[in-house]
Design a binder for this molecule. Structure first.
Ligand code: ASP
Length: 339
């Protein structure tokens, strides 16, 4: 508990999700009264001065990059201009990691921003929403959360936005950071950090390029889907490959054609641990794709590489400039791969 002298002002920004839903008949639907119950939690107002701003009341599959962009401006305004010390965003779990990572990239503020959600709706036994909000407000109000980036707090664990992903369709312990682990925990009245994310980055832009698609490669893929997506006019494509960033041979030529037309192709991996790296020189291997001009994303999750590409394309569409944002640890110039 904080003394009244240094009580923090925390804004809860609700966007929707199961945390603001109830069961009606056999289905789970958004609450008619919006997110009003999100702050109706015993003990919450003893932690900080908490206010609620309803940004939206949507399930998270309805979240879009333009809404994320609007949300980022709103949060910066609350924290940088309106005197709030921190923000908690309530969100659906399905795309939470995307909004969290997007905010982490573009927010100007370094004040704590914590995203939370619930897996169980308000009418379910042992709903996890109130506890998650309580722990998130504690995290947002904690002095040691300053400068830690946008945090994801559920189930009393605190994760880095860049690292975290939803791993389980239904379990409350769904958020995990494979290969990294949580940054810290909320335990009783304490917010405890074990480490800081060292791979965090901010990319300051005044606009984003929303026409960026994800194409997932599959065994036997003949490249026709990638080609069709390119013809639809996307300004950037994230190609989710296998392992180190390899794709079936038929895709190699298509990738080269797309790049030669000035559209960046950023290669990620279906593996969620480890790095994409230009090791394999066979047709469609990561090193072969890179020689053809593909950009290898060191961040393996396609859904996050896509958001980063949207942000980067808001700044530049020079392919070699774009490459610099994604290949920070791949040494040498193109064709001169470090081993
Ligand atoms: N489908 C819901 C959503 O993402 C799930 C949740 O909130 O947990 O909005």
């Amino acid at each position: 508990m904080t003394s009244s002298v240094n009580r923090k002002k925390i804004m809860i920004v609700s966007t929707g999700g199961t945390i603001a839903m109830v069961k009606k008949g056999r289905e789970v639907v958004p609450l008619d009264q919006g997110s009003s119950l999100v702050t109706d939690i015993p003990g919450l107002h003893e932690i900080a001065d908490v206010e609620l701003f309803e940004f939206s009341n949507i399930p998270s599959p309805s979240m879009t990059p333009s809404l994320m962009w609007e949300l980022a401006k709103k949060i910066d305004d609350f924290l940088e201009n309106k005197g709030y010390d921190g923000a908690v965003v309530t969100h659906g779990t399905d795309t939470l990691e995307e909004t969290a990572y997007f905010l982490d990239l573009v927010l100007r503020t370094e004040k704590p921003v914590v995203i939370t959600a619930s897996m169980r709706n308000i009418s379910e036994l042992s709903t996890d929403g109130p506890r998650n909000v309580l722990s998130s407000v504690m995290t947002a109000a904690a002095d040691n959360s300053y400068g830690m980036g946008v945090l994801v707090c559920l189930n009393d664990e605190i994760h880095a936005s860049r690292e975290v992903t939803k791993t389980y369709t239904s379990n409350v312990a769904t958020f995990d950071s494979p290969g990294y682990g949580p940054l810290g925990i909320v335990d009783e009245n304490s917010v405890i950090y074990f480490r800081k994310s060292l791979t965090r980055e901010k990319i300051m832009t005044d606009r984003i390029e929303e026409r960026v698609a994800i194409v997932k490669a599959f065994s036997g893929d003949d490249g026709s889907i990638l080609k069709a997506v390119y013809k639809m006019g996307y300004k950037g494509i994230v190609l989710e490959g296998f392992g180190r960033g390899n794709v079936p041979p038929q895709l190699a030529q298509v990738v080269e054609e797309i790049i030669n037309s000035g559209i960046p192709v950023v290669v990620t991996s279906r593996c969620f641990k480890g790095r994409v790296y230009p090791i394999y020189g066979y047709l469609g291997g990561g090193a072969d794709l890179r020689k053809r001009g593909a950009i290898l994303s060191e961040h393996p999750l396609a859904q996050k590489a896509r958001l980063k590409l949207m942000v980067v394309l808001g700044l530049t569409n020079d392919l070699e400039e774009v490459r610099k944002y994604f290949e920070k640890h791949i040494g040498g110039l193109i064709n001169e791969v470090e081993h």
